[in-house]
Write a protein that binds this ligand. Structure first.
Ligand SMILES: Cc1cc2nc3c(=O)[nH]c(=O)nc-3n(C[C@H](O)[C@H](O)[C@H](O)COP(=O)(O)OP(=O)(O)OC[C@H]3O[C@@H](n4cnc5c(N)ncnc54)[C@H](O)[C@@H]3O)c2cc1C
Length: 431
């Protein structure tokens, strides 16, 4: 990492590491015994918030509502394309969270009544709350590319919510002709996991190199540049012939020549200037918005994300509701599982403070994102964030950077860190 000093680290990670330093000790004392926090969504954000509210104050009753009995993590789901993992290995359940005294309800919230402070479930049951934490993740904007729609995502999978879509995309990759073409179409920013499409291309290329070396992956990117670009391109050059006539990966910026439509029958994408790209496998990743329940409940703004007061994560639009994770507007913090975990800890601390009539501590956040280019080649980016004088979030100067060392042993070490970062994060959220 670039100049990420111990002093910077301690300064920027204060809130994130607080809970770890305190172990299982209740931090802030005892809230009124009737205080009830309902958490909607058992992904990285929601699971962390539920767990840490109980750590900080075990007197608070916490109910977590999530429709899936098993949650499959998006982080590490790209590794499936390289044959390095299975969906089963990426699955977590909620048994450990129950051991923390969290009531886990396997259902979907269909309505939030912010006046009465209650949520309605699809089973018609109503649950009231003192504070609500909303971490519903993302939904998709389906109507932005003429010729493409939600139904067609069953043929041209986005695989941007890990599960059957990831499996389907992997099956298509394995079944395509030996000299076939994969088209990966990332969306414009902001979307969850900015380096995700490029790690996906890397993991697919790793598999193709061994099984279908005459195949090709073309990334049709609406952006001019992308996260960790120099590191990805160096890795692609080293492993996949990037830049040569036989490269397994080609990256094309369509910033000045955007995609105009999809002809689903011929599996061809056409650009504004008439360029045509036919794919055997089409991985179309649509633009994203905050999860539907957040937007339907009046928590979203024009950009389709949910504005929050950074210090407490409380919605700027609806009181007593806190929004964390991908659904929240936390820019410049990227939308990642690591960031969702950090936002959830800030939120948990704020809620416990509010319920105990205590002042809220200043907030700091961390984001780290590792990607694999091959099983022995990892790269990373990290940053710390704080609140500035205008009460918005800003990156802490010099408190971050990208991988600096390019020798094989450092890159192999980063690959090991990539795996341990995944398991540590997962454990901090769900165990
Ligand atoms: C391919 C890929 C790779 C990635 N790799 C990384 C990585 O390496 N590192 C990293 O940090 N991040 C990574 N991410 C990003 C990461 O997955 C997300 O940022 C993270 O999952 C966000 O957490 P969340 O809690 O906001 O949403 P989610 O994890 O999506 O959880 C939302 C949960 O809410 C539930 N929900 C939705 N609506 C309702 C409702 N109405 N009622 C009840 N429950 C509801 C859903 O079922 C879901 O379980 C990756 C993403 C992708 C797509």
């Amino acid at each position: 990492m670039a100049s990420f000093s111990r002093r910077d680290f301690l300064k920027t990670s204060a809130t994130s590491s607080l809970a770890l330093l305190n172990g299982c000790q209740p931090l802030l004392g005892k809230a009124a015994s009737k205080a009830h926090v309902v958490v909607v969504g058992g992904g990285f954000g929601g699971a962390t918030a539920a767990k840490y509210i109980r750590y900080f104050d075990p007197n608070i009753r916490v109910t977590l509502i999530e429709p899936k009995a098993k949650y499959i993590t998006c982080p590490a789901s790209n590794w499936l394309f390289a044959g390095l993992t299975t969906l089963e290995q990426l699955s977590v359940d909620y048994k450990q969270l129950k051991n923390h005294g969290i009531e886990v309800v396997c259902d979907r919230v269909v309505q939030i009544n912010s006046e009465q402070r209650s949520v309605k479930l699809s089973s018609q049951q109503s649950i009231s709350y003192d504070r609500l934490v909303l971490s519903p993740g993302i939904d998709f904007g389906w109507d932005t590319l003429p010729g493409f729609n939600q139904e067609l995502s069953q043929r041209f999978p986005h695989a941007w919510q890990a599960g059957p879509q990831t499996e389907l995309l992997n099956q298509q990759l394995q079944a395509m002709p030996d000299n076939g073409t994969v088209l990966i179409c990332p969306p414009l920013d902001p979307y969850r996991c900015p380096p995700g499409p490029y790690e996906r291309a890397s993991m697919m290329a790793y598999w193709l190199k061994q099984h279908k070396p005459r195949a090709k992956i073309i990334i049709l990117d609406p952006k001019r540049s992308f996260s960790k670009q120099a590191l990805f391109e160096a890795g692609w050059k080293q492993h996949y012939g990037y830049g040569s006539a036989n490269s397994l990966i080609e990256w094309i910026s369509l910033a000045d020549n955007p995609l105009l439509n999809l002809d689903a029958k011929t599996q061809t994408l056409t650009t504004e200037f008439g360029d045509r790209f036919r794919g055997d496998v089409l991985n179309i990743i649509p633009p994203q918005t905050a999860g539907k329940i957040a937007l339907e409940s009046g928590l979203g703004n024009n950009s389709a994300w949910c504005p929050v007061q950074p210090i407490s994560a409380e919605s700027s639009l609806v009181p007593f509701i806190h929004v964390i994770g991908d659904a929240g507007h936390y820019a410049p913090i990227p939308k990642s599982a690591f960031a969702a975990n950090s936002e959830a800890k800030v939120c948990a601390l704020a809620i416990v403070s509010l319920l105990n009539q205590q002042s809220i501590s200043p907030a700091n956040w961390l984001n780290t994102c590792y990607s694999l280019i091959s099983p022995n080649h990892g790269i990373s980016i990290a940053n710390g964030y704080q609140i500035n004088a205008e009460n918005s979030i800003t990156a802490v100067k010099s408190a971050g950077g990208v991988s600096q060392k390019t020798d094989a042993s450092s890159l192999a070490l980063e690959a090991i860190y990539t795996q341990s970062a995944y398991y540590n994060l997962r454990s901090d959220c769900f165990d």
